[in-house]
Design a protein around this ligand. Structure first.
Ligand SMILES: [Zn+2]
Length: 345
């Protein structure tokens, strides 16, 4: 089969379209004949090599995707064959203490499709039966192929970890990636007042179209912390969602309200930050890490995609053969929404 990934960790020049043996599902697994795979920033981290995670090489990238189940392993109901499927990228053992409490994202053996295991950017992907989610009717292959990771992550970060409620002021840092296009819509759906901070006026306009109430464009002359503070009428934000990390984190934190929560994940510009604690404890503010989501949270956000309350935003679709160009576009960061790979028509 054709598979997009790498045989050696490194930078973008290590990306390859590879020819690998067709895989077959083991017990409890299904094979998905992929239609669309969705790229995430995580794929860049996986390509570089994440300390502590040893993936067998060659490695197939991408955790999101849509396709049709075409083969099932032992113990899986054969009626699943033919099911239009959306890939849930969260892998958990289902048996540990955390899984038994319904907190699968804290599983002691937590893994992500395409990060720890071969991913969806291939003619076929093997996933546990439980990760083959019926594709909601409203979503086509492209819409379904890019929603999993970003919508589940934004949902948990804002709703569960950030405790975002109707009427809260929320600031979302950045306006282009798939994660923030999901976060803007989720914050809006929650009934919060949504401010988006970006360096790009054009992306800011598109954020308004997605439901942001207000956009602040920051720059060297108009720093992020000052822009946010003024936008909040000098009260600060109840919740700030920052997936950018190093470039913005300390500045975001200065715009928290009393009791405010800075929710973070990703750290796409770097993960080592320096921050002034005095401003935080004085206001009783907190920093809260978040990643991925539980199965229950994923079902909740999926139901809102299924009924049309939330919409996947697609930046561009590349053929599988142009995976390297897709990753390059992605790495440059000048995107709005999801970058996808079309595997079959
Ligand atoms: Zn577990």
């Amino acid at each position: 089969m054709r598979a997009f990934g790498f045989q050696q960790h490194g930078s973008l020049d290590k990306l390859r379209l590879m020819d690998l043996p067709d895989p077959h599902p083991g017990p409890g697994e299904v094979r998905v004949a992929m239609r669309v795979a969705g790229l995430n920033h995580l794929d860049l981290f996986t390509l570089e090599g994440i300390p502590g995670i040893n993936v067998p090489l060659p490695h197939v990238l991408a955790g999101d995707g849509s396709g049709i189940v075409d083969e099932v392993g032992d113990g899986v109901d054969r009626s699943l064959i033919g099911q239009k499927t959306l890939v849930d990228p969260s892998l958990s053992d289902g048996t540990c203490e955390w899984c038994r409490k319904g907190q699968e994202n804290f599983c002691q053996d937590y893994r992500i499709v395409g990060e720890h295991t071969n991913g969806t950017a291939a003619d076929y992907a093997i996933i546990p039966q439980a990760n083959a989610v019926p594709l909601p009717e409203r979503l086509d292959w492209e819409a379904g192929g890019g929603v999993g990771l970003v919508f589940m992550t934004a949902w948990r970060a804002l709703r569960t970890v950030g405790e975002l409620r109707e009427g809260d002021r929320v600031a979302i840092i950045g306006a282009g990636g798939g994660l923030v296009t999901a976060a803007i819509q989720i914050a809006r759906h929650t009934g919060a007042r949504v401010t988006v901070a970006t360096r790009s006026r054009e992306k800011g306009d598109r954020a308004l179209d997605l439901g942001a109430d207000e956009v602040v464009v920051h720059s060297r002359e108009q720093p992020l912390s000052k822009s946010l503070w003024e936008a909040s009428e000098k009260k600060g934000f109840d919740v700030i969602f920052d997936s950018t990390g190093k470039a913005t984190f300390a500045l975001s934190a200065r715009a928290l309200a009393r009791g405010g929560r800075l929710v973070f994940c990703g750290g796409t510009t770097g993960s080592i930050v320096e921050i002034d604690l005095r401003g935080l404890f004085w206001r009783g503010a907190s920093l809260r890490g978040s990643t991925m989501a539980t199965r229950k949270e994923f079902r909740e956000v999926l139901s809102l995609l299924a009924d049309g309350s939330l919409h996947p935003v697609v930046d561009r679709v590349f053929p599988l053969e142009e995976g390297a160009q897709a990753m390059e576009r992605f790495s440059q960061g000048d995107i709005f929404g999801k970058v996808l790979l079309r595997i079959r028509p």
